[in-house]
Design a protein around this ligand. Structure first.
Ligand code: CA2
Length: 143
């Protein structure tokens, strides 16, 4: 099973800023972590990051016929992007929403999730382990 792991804006700064919130491990650490979690679950993960909303839309569209599932941390676009919601609905690949933190326990503007309106599952508040939970979710059910 091939899983596409997509990361949105500023997640390239992991470990370099706000470690009290997002931890001290870096984005390259996250890439390795996801690859390892997928491998342990008998799957394969391709991990990408972009700061651009349209690039996330392109990657979601292009996943059709290539990947079995998408693990998506759209970061701030989670709370704003109808374009990403529409892309998820259009592509018809199962999507899991993930977050390092628990957005619902933060500022009120993080309580809305457009991604969550189309995602089949949400894993949040467990740091890198949120990604492992999502990867195992798809591996266990065969996407
Ligand atoms: O908890 C998460 O994973 C979030 O998706 C992170 C987003 C935030 O907008 C969401 O509400 C919840 C922010 C990502 C910013 O990443 C940084 C990493 C290190 C330093 C600064 C920002």
């Amino acid at each position: 099973m091939k899983i596409l792991v997509l990361n949105g804006p500023n997640l390239n700064l992991l470990g370099l800023r706000e470690p009290e919130l997002y931890g001290s491990r870096t984005y390259p650490d996250l890439v390795e972590f996801c690859r390892g979690a997928a491998s342990a679950a008998g799957a394969e993960a391709e991990v990408r990051q972009t700061n651009h909303e349209g690039v996330l839309v392109d990657w979601i569209q292009q996943a059709r016929g290539v990947f079995d599932a998408i693990v998506l941390n759209a970061a701030a676009y989670t709370h704003t992007s109808v374009a990403i919601l529409d892309a998820i609905k259009a592509v018809r690949i199962p999507v899991a929403e993930v977050h390092l933190t628990e957005p619902k326990e933060r500022e009120p503007f993080r309580r809305v999730s457009y991604v969550g309106m189309a995602a089949e599952a949400v894993f949040s508040g467990r740091g890198f382990d949120s990604y492992a939970d999502a990867i195992r979710h798809f591996a266990a059910k065969g996407a």
